[in-house]
Design a protein around this ligand. Structure first.
Ligand code: PA5
Length: 439
């Protein structure tokens, strides 16, 4: 179960603050639930954990089984919302070293235009049987399209066109786009990104579910966790709803000059969840010259780098800590006959207990340093609880965006760099933009 703990906020926010913001949070929550706010044609994610396409889900499982049997290496091609969710869940549940431990090995491509990264991946491909899932809702995004062209050519050279087609799965729009057209022509197995779900809200669609099923993640539990949280909070527009409380805290602190949120966690395998959260909130809220800047820290690692700034730097930060109460690992410190390293005072304690103490000590220090801190507590590090956590953030992001008075479901700002890049690369149709850019 996921809970939201505001116990450390008492010296920063008063009961009166919460009383005053409650009506605003209620209105934002109601807007999201009733679908009357901006961007309401992109609310498909809200009911997805219950209303997903059951036939397609069965096909995801069959395809995943086939790919697991035929592949040593599975490549997920996509960028932004078309890869971050799958990678975040995979790394949190199987660890950053999953490729050393699990089969098939899973790699991510098409999330940059780095020639050296793609060259490395081509070398890795020589070490086993390869299949790939190309994911693009629009079907036209440059980064994944370039990686797909290179990797598809590789598969055709290696396996021949017919076998290569069996090793390629496309996840894209139901009917539009270059990728959909190619998938139809080539006979690739294809899955749909629903029209009413934006990229950053798509981890519980085939975008995330297929790669995760191929990796052997329990996707049933992931969906069930999200569905159960939805059930628990859906009709509650008050601040008793932890999602609304978190959205209210963020906005109260933002209005008080705390413009940067540090999402912290004491589990290194949470790193990509931090990236997923940054995309979710950054693309949803950073617009109209407003928005909290989302950032993340992995503790205790970053206590030895960013820790100094968080403790003692400019005071525009607030911290939200994600705390896993049970991490499924019970290593402990043993007593040594000769206390050569002075660690016998820890003897008998598990590393999990020591880590919990470290996080408590850190929270107290940061509060003392003037950083408002709150905690998202997660009972267990497993697929079920992670499904809840994903839904918690998605829903909170919608409510928080409405409280900020932006449309949390569009991303007009990401087009500017694309237009400049196309102009500078001489893409047909961008001639005027090039003239303007180069003067
Ligand atoms: O959240 C979003 O909408 C974006 O991050 C997209 O996921 C990203 O730009 C990739 O787009 P596409 O799936 O169309 O290739």
């Amino acid at each position: 179960m996921v809970r939201y703990n505001t116990g450390y906020l008492s010296s920063f926010l008063s009961e009166e603050d919460f009383r005053l913001v409650a009506e605003e949070a209620r209105a934002a929550s109601e807007k999201l639930r009733s679908g009357t706010g901006a961007g309401n044609d992109f609310l498909g994610w809200r009911d997805l954990p219950l209303n997903y396409d059951k036939e397609e889900y069965a096909r995801i499982k069959e395809t995943a089984k086939r790919l697991r049997e035929s592949s040593d290496i599975f490549i997920v091609i996509g960028i932004g919302g078309s890869y971050l969710g799958a990678r975040a869940v995979l790394e949190l549940l199987q660890g950053e070293a999953h490729n050393e431990i699990c089969k098939p090995r899973v790699y991510f491509a098409g999330n940059s235009i780095s020639s050296s990264d793609l060259s490395d991946l081509l070398e890795i491909c020589e070490t086993g049987e390869v299949s790939l899932n190309v994911i693009s809702k629009s079907g036209t995004t440059t980064e994944p399209a370039v990686a797909f062209r290179v990797l598809r050519d590789y598969l055709i050279r290696r396996y021949g066109a017919e076998e290569a087609a069996k090793r390629i799965v496309a996840t894209t729009d139901r009917s539009r786009g270059t990728l959909k057209k190619l998938a139809d022509e080539q006979g690739y197995e294809a899955f749909v990104v629903p029209d009413d779900v934006g990229g950053r809200y798509s981890v519980l669609t085939p975008v995330g579910l297929l790669p995760l099923a191929v990796a052997g993640i329990d996707t049933d539990a992931l969906l069930k966790g999200a569905a159960d949280l939805r059930e628990r909070i859906d009709l509650d527009d008050s601040l008793d709803n932890p999602v609304n409380l978190y959205a209210a805290v963020r906005n109260l602190l933002y209005r008080d000059g705390k413009t940067v949120e540090v999402l912290s966690c004491f589990e290194p395998r949470f790193r990509m969840m931090g990236e997923w959260y940054k995309q979710l909130f950054g693309e949803s809220e950073g617009k109209d010259k407003k928005g909290i800047y989302p950032s993340s820290c992995m503790f205790t690692t970053d206590l030895h780098s960013m820790g100094q700034y968080v403790q003692d730097g400019s005071r525009f930060l607030f911290e939200t800590m994600v705390s896993f109460l049970d991490t499924n690992s019970k290593l402990s410190v043993k007593a040594a006959e000769v206390d050569f390293d002075g660690l016998n005072y820890l003897a008998g304690k598990t590393l999990e207990q020591i880590n919990q103490v470290a996080s408590d000590a850190t929270l107290r220090a940061h509060v003392e340093g003037g950083v408002p801190c709150s905690i998202i507590e997660v009972d267990q590090m497993d697929a079920y609880n992670l499904g809840e956590l994903i839904y918690f953030f998605e829903r909170a992001c919608g409510v928080s965006g409405y409280m900020l008075d932006v449309n949390p479901f569009n991303q007009p700002g990401v087009e500017t760099y694309k237009r400049n890049m196309f102009a500078l690369l001489d893409k047909p149709g961008y001639e005027e933009d090039k003239k303007k850019l180069l003067g």
